[in-house]
Design a protein around this ligand. Structure first.
Ligand code: ATP
Ligand code: MG
Length: 368
């Protein structure tokens, strides 16, 4: 079994506990607040929210993933499935079915697993009113159980036809469910701000914001040391620092790099610079097909600015030194290059410095 997991929700032994963040977040949830959780991609938002709510005594999680949701009917189906996940007893499912009778629910038994399933008829569940029925059903259940409703990739509702009507009605329902904490998840660099920060949106200022950044370095290093130990590798503190720096503290990328280091080494290996480089070469081999074309699509000035940024994290792109290194004479040229690189989502600015959306691209650029 691979000791490192990435590109998926992690839990149990694959989840590095984040006690301080969990303490802050669970306070908001326990207070019944609505919270919008944002963070860079692959930071661990989904895993963190699920693990933290699961660990809250008496709290039950209704987890609705709206990733690429294409219709209201699909929204309803996913929400009903999330409620059915709470309790597979025949009594609970029958009661749930009664509460959404208008959606023509169907109770079946999964042939392979024997687990009862609750689905809804697609034609009866495709109006905003059906979604209101589902929200009301959740409300009724919440009288007997402490529920926390999570909408993951919430910004994807913007892709639905009539999303403005849908958001307005959803907001109206949520407003009356004041005992249920509703959690909205999405990445910083997508359209979440349109929903929560635009005065025109029904969700404007409707939720407390909470951000999920990098895992605290000491916690993550302790976790990774253990994972390497399970994989019978030894890793030094300095090596872990370098792994975190290369991955720019993005949890998923840290785990991916650790995985390739593990693949590139043998049982009993001590992980140092050479082993990290071997892991990086494996990452490059996987991603080179994308890196090359991305670089060749850029103008020579954009490429020079990008390579300049790759050299160091604390580079000031408007400094005379940087500009002369890149062979650029005026500030406007740098501004235009940065803005193009940002709109292509190759880089982004955060807390006064420039970061690569894919930190491995940055490492690869250093080798070109
Ligand atoms: N607490 C954690 N401990 C260990 N690894 C983690 C943790 N949180 C996240 N990761 C790593 O990051 C990856 C992505 O996690 P997750 O899907 O929870 O992040 P996300 O921020 O929701 O990502 P996305 O932006 O793609 O929705 C995981 O597969 C895992 O490799
Ligand atoms: Mg996620």
């Amino acid at each position: 079994m691979a000791p490192f997991k990435y590109g998926m929700i992690v839990d149990g032994e694959n989840y590095c506990p984040r006690p301080e963040l969990a303490r802050q977040f669970s306070k908001l949830v326990a207070a019944g607040l609505n919270v919008v959780v944002q963070g860079e991609r692959r930071m661990g938002k989904t895993s963190f929210v699920r693990e933290t709510i699961r660990a809250m005594r008496g709290m039950e999680l209704v987890y609705i993933d709206l990733y690429c949701v294409k219709s209201i009917e699909e929204f309803c189906r996913r929400a009903v499935a999330a409620v059915a996940d709470l309790d597979r007893s025949a009594g609970f499912l029958r009661r749930t079915a009664q509460l959404i009778a208008n959606l023509r629910p169907v109770l079946t038994i999964d042939r392979d697993t024997g687990v009862p399933q609750l689905t809804v008829d697609s034609k009866s569940a495709n109006s905003v009113a059906s979604l209101e029925d589902v929200m009301d059903m959740i409300s009724v259940h919440s009288r007997k159980r402490r529920l926390c409703v999570v909408f993951d990739e919430f910004q994807d509702v913007l892709e639905l036809a009539d999303s403005d009507v849908l958001l307005a009605r959803l907001r109206a329902k949520i407003q009356f469910q004041n005992k249920i904490p509703h959690i909205f998840l999405g990445s910083v660099r997508n359209r979440m701000h349109e929903i929560f920060d635009s005065p025109k949106s029904p969700f404007f200022k409707s939720a407390t914001s909470f951000s999920v950044g990098s895992i605290a370095a000491d916690d993550f290093k302790h976790f990774l040391t253990e994972r390497f130990k399970v994989a019978r590798r030894k890793v030094s503190d300095a090596a872990l620092d370098r792994i975190l720096a290369i991955s720019d503290g993005i949890s998923g990328d840290v785990q991916e790099l650790c995985e390739t280091i593990w693949l590139a080494t043998d049982t009993g290996a001590a992980i140092g610079d050479a082993e990290i480089n071997a892991g990086l070469r494996l990452v490059f081999a996987r991603e080179e097909k994308a890196f090359g074309p991305t670089l060749s699509r850029l103008t020579s000035i954009q490429a020079a600015v990008l390579k300049g940024l790759a050299r160091s994290t604390d580079i000031k792109p408007f400094s005379g030194e940087f500009m002369s290194e890149c062979g650029i004479r005026n500030v406007g040229t740098v501004t235009r290059a940065l803005s193009r690189l940002s709109s292509d989502e190759i880089i982004y600015e955060y807390a006064g410095s420039w970061h690569f959306t894919n930190p491995f691209f940055r490492e690869w650029l250093k080798t070109t």
